[in-house]
Write a protein that binds this ligand. Sequence first.
Ligand code: BTN
Length: 264
Amino acid sequence: MNDISFLDNNYNPLFVGRNYTYIPETQSTNLGLKKLIKAESLPEGTVISTGYQTRGRGQAGTTWESGRDENIMLSALLYPKFLTVANQFLLSKAMALATGDFIHEFLPHQDIKIKWPNDILVSGQKICGILIENGLRGEQMDYSIIGTGININEVFNDKSRTSFKGITGLDYDLRDLEKILFSCIEARYLQLRANKAAISSEYLAALYGFGQQMRFIDKLKNEDFEGIIKGIHQDGRLIISIGAEERLYNLKEVVQNPVSSLRM
Ligand code: BTN
């Protein structure tokens, strides 16, 4: 174990993680939480955490693979009824910032960026993925399941991913770390209630590639192009400018900075 002195550092979430269940193995914590909320009423901040997922789910229909008992994999339940359906992407921004805050606590000297919509990269390598699944009621949000996978003790051979241990060489106690993550989630969630503009501006400041010329693949047109990320539309789409033209993309429609075609 490393010396986690910041464990004494006032990390005491009021509601996130108060109702906490750990399951050694499950299909997917997002799926599990979704089934539970259909069956019973759960307090805001309920968390299901696991050591292994047999059907771990990623964004845009992908899978999430993680070594047994090596990484954080959990889902937290929020009731962001103060958000409209139209501005639900604000929650995604807040949760990406929360995870970035958490990672910063442990890796304070690293270059931590959010890759749209809410991957977290350390020096360009993915360390965390977030899958948010929302329940809507009319024009308002009803509930949100924040599924988070953070690479902690697993060491990867490929250069696309990294972990805490991959960077520091240390082993971490996953249950201790989760408590700090809950504090970070709660703090950004409360900030979101109070100051939506601050969440949006901090998200842009942390956005990987923002304002820089970068390569993309338009998956619908099968077209490789260079453009500049100009910002995020209210509905969460990525705004990319190509000269005078501006394009808006959904997650399944674009690949940012494709590794296989990077110019060296
Ligand atoms: C992505 O980067 O594609 C998002 C990955 C999200 C993975 C987490 S692990 C805990 C939760 N349960 C799931 O099935 N997925 C999320």
